[in-house]
Write a protein that binds this ligand. Structure first.
Ligand code: CMC
Length: 424
């Protein structure tokens, strides 16, 4: 066989003009289209075929079920690493030395406190039954109003400070939103505790409270698994808003808002509600039949990129068993296992390559650990903050990037004359 060129040639049949451009790593530059005809656009709703940026943070092969951060397989990170180490890796590109990790941990730990007015004037102002994720989204944006230096995007030191603040304060904010929603007094961060233990303590402490080491580790593993997932909807929101040079708090609020949706981070909440609605393993087959008949989706199944078992779901399933050893089994587990088995054996799901995603089992763990369902997406947002910020930082340093501004395919009316109200 002769040499197959790594190029693509696009011919405009209207003019006969052709442009040949290189294909690198399966990607070709859209500048080919502009060369051919600057008024020509590609119609790509939901960016199914568009690589909107070059990124060195996360590698994902959806067909093979591979996820790596800065080259390191997620399985190895989940087994050997900690969330703060992974956050460092995402932000700085390399695993930290012991000294770097100590400094990073110290810095994060010493930025966990929040200005008193955040609670007194802002969080306390929410309606008594406000959803914690709605509170979290707006509280992230509000936090930015306390730091005028957050707008100094050209100043690396200031950028690093905001990154520390956001990663450090995300658990404090999350716990604050929860305690407000259940009417408990807020509990201040404890600098002696790990990131995960500190969060669990702020969530649950009433009188004596010691974090169980298995639950502390499980929380940390869940944080690792949710830290980044390349150009998902939330991260794309972070990049799009960040590209206008909005401050990182406003951009992270936009990313959190995107995560809130039930097709994205809100799915973990929907999975547990769905399992509760199914109610018994005897109803699983009927439920699967309903999904196939178009009555709703099997939440926690399917992924835009993974067309194989989501590697995070595999690890989470293992973590679930470890947690249940401590908390007792979540009664919904049996329904989830039966549902997974039924779906994987069914040609509807097999043909569409629908497998369990990260959200299928995470909610069961959260529930067994005592988290109310409304907190599930907040639990996703806490660690994803580091991923959002890694992408934000990468975006600001990327010379190829400009303000995000897609084009459209106009499908509205042609020009027409205004008709006075009295004549309509
Ligand atoms: N249950 C039943 N059918 C499904 C499901 C599902 N969960 N997901 C996709 N399908 C079907 C869909 O109806 C379509 O069938 P057809 O070709 O006959 O019309 C086909 O599979 C392709 O679906 P799609 O909607 O074109 O796929 P997508 O890539 O746009 O959607 C998804 C990806 C994650 C939004 C979708 O799979 C879904 O809604 N899943 C349930 C929600 C969920 O678990 N979300 C969490 C995603 S992982 C964490 C995160 O990123 O936040």
């Amino acid at each position: 066989m002769g040499h197959v060129p790594d190029t693509i040639t696009i011919t405009d049949d209207r003019t006969g003009k052709s442009v040949t451009v290189p294909i690198t790593d399966g990607v070709f530059p859209s500048s080919a289209l502009r060369e051919l005809d600057p008024s020509l656009f590609m119609y790509d709703p939901a960016y199914l075929s568009t690589a909107a940026c070059k990124s060195a943070i996360t590698f994902l092969d959806g067909d093979a079920g591979i996820l790596r951060h800065r080259g390191y397989p997620i399985e190895q990170l989940a087994e050997h690493s900690t969330y703060l180490e992974v956050a460092y890796l995402l932000i700085h590109g390399e695993l930290p030395s012991q000294q770097e990790l100590d400094t990073w941990t110290y810095e994060i730990t010493h930025h966990t406190f929040m200005h008193e007015n955040m609670r007194k004037r802002f969080v306390d102002g929410f309606h008594y039954d406000a959803h914690p994720m709605g509170m979290f989204v707006s509280a992230i944006a509000a936090l930015g109003t306390f730091y005028d230096d957050a707008k100094q995007l050209g100043d690396e030191e200031s950028r690093d400070k905001q990154i520390l603040r956001l990663i450090a304060k995300a658990p404090t904010l999350a716990a604050m939103c929860h305690r407000f929603s259940v009417g408990l007094p807020f509990f201040l961060p404890d600098n002696e505790l790990s990131y995960a233990a500190n969060f669990l303590t702020m969530m649950w402490k009433i009188g004596e409270y010691d974090v169980h080491p298995v639950l502390e580790r499980a929380m940390d593993v869940l944080f690792i698994l949710h830290a980044d997932h390349e150009q998902n909807c939330g991260t794309t929101a972070m990049r799009v808003v960040g590209s206008s040079h909005a401050d990182p708090y406003s951009s992270a609020a936009a990313a959190a808002a995107a995560l809130y949706g039930p097709l994205h981070g809100g799915a973990n909440e929907q999975v547990v509600r769905m399992l509760g609605d199914i109610g018994s393993i005897d109803n699983v087959d009927e439920f699967v039949g309903d999904v196939k008949g178009g009555k709703g989706r099997l939440m926690g199944f399917g992924h835009r990129v993974y067309k194989n078992y989501d590697p995070r779901a595999q690890i989470i399933k293992q973590t679930a068993y470890e947690v249940f050893e401590v908390t007792g089994k979540n009664p919904l587990l049996d329904i989830a296992l039966k549902l997974e088995e039924a779906a994987l054996a069914d040609s509807y799901f097999a043909d569409r390559r629908l497998y369990p995603n990260v959200d299928f089992y995470s909610g069961l763990i959260y529930q067994a650990m005592g988290f109310p369902i409304e907190m599930f997406t907040v639990l996703f947002a806490i660690p994803r903050t580091s991923g959002w910020l890694a992408h934000w930082q990468e975006l600001l340093g990327d010379e190829d990037q400009k303000i995000s501004r897609p084009r459209q395919w106009y499908a509205g009316p042609e020009e027409r004359d205004y008709v006075k109200l009295s004549e309509r």
